[in-house]
Write a protein that binds this ligand. Structure first.
Ligand SMILES: [Mn+2]
Length: 246
């Protein structure tokens, strides 16, 4: 895998495009160009889309500029890995082969330059996620996906659009954020004890790096309020904030 390795998550590209969305997307494209120029690798750690559901013969057209950008990056030789999130778990070969090097439907444990990474979108890993884990198992089940795919795309995307418009999901009270971060540290303790150097997670819309028992927990933030990303240079990992729009 080519270094440096960049990690982003929770971009949540929306089904409804407006000027603000276009700006957010442009910012993302500049980061992707930057990754290409660096000769590195891109890891998308879930929720790239606010909703993505791929059918055998149908893909959502609203994300066309992104498809073009990913396709161009891939053709420049940039490896793109996509770990799906709770908003975009439903991919097929267009996402998994045409636009990316590989899609991971689950958490993965991988060696990069002698360091062991545990990479997860992060939904369902907290002890307080007990109820959610059941929902997660259902919406990722073969039966659910088969049924949803049997719906006409106008219906499938209509439902998603209605849910997606129900306000922002990226801002939480500080008390909740602290509770989540503590749980993420507990999770990281176990993963570090299991021989990993780094835990990389998204989903929680917090941007922070925490030292945990000689390892590191990297919570990637998002592309809504933080415009944050992590970079691993082969030696260590760091969280950064995108400023370079020039
Ligand atoms: Mn998520």
């Amino acid at each position: 895998m080519q270094l440096p390795v960049y990690f982003i998550s929770d971009i949540h590209l929306m089904l409804q495009q407006d000027e603000y969305e276009k700006k957010r997307q442009e910012k993302l494209f500049r980061l992707m160009d930057y990754v290409a120029q660096s000769g590195g690798t891109l890891f998308i750690v879930g929720d790239l889309f606010d909703f993505y559901f791929e059918y055998k013969h149908v893909i959502p057209k609203v994300y066309f500029p992104l498809y073009q950008q990913m396709y161009s990056l891939k053709n420049k030789g940039v490896e793109i890995y996509f770990v799906t999130g709770n908003h975009d778990h439903w991919t097929l070969d267009f996402m998994g082969q045409t636009l990316t090097t590989k899609v991971y439907d689950d958490d993965l444990s991988i060696d990069i330059q002698g360091k062991r990474f545990y990479i997860t979108h992060g939904d369902g890993i907290l002890s307080l996620d007990r109820g959610y884990r059941l929902l997660k198992a259902i919406i990722r089940s073969k039966l659910f996906i088969w049924l949803y795919r049997a719906l006409h795309p106008a219906v499938g995307y209509g439902i998603a659009n209605a849910i997606s418009k129900r306000g922002r999901h990226d801002e939480h009270p500080q008390e909740y954020n602290e509770k989540v971060l503590n749980e993420l540290k507990v999770f990281t303790e176990t993963v570090v004890a299991d021989g990993h150097d780094y835990v990389i997670t998204g989903h929680y819309h917090q941007a922070t790096v925490e030292n945990v028992n000689g390892g590191k927990l990297v919570v990637l933030g998002d592309w809504l309020q933080y415009f944050s990303y992590a970079v691993f240079d082969g030696n260590d990992i760091e969280l950064k904030f995108w400023k370079n729009d020039a």
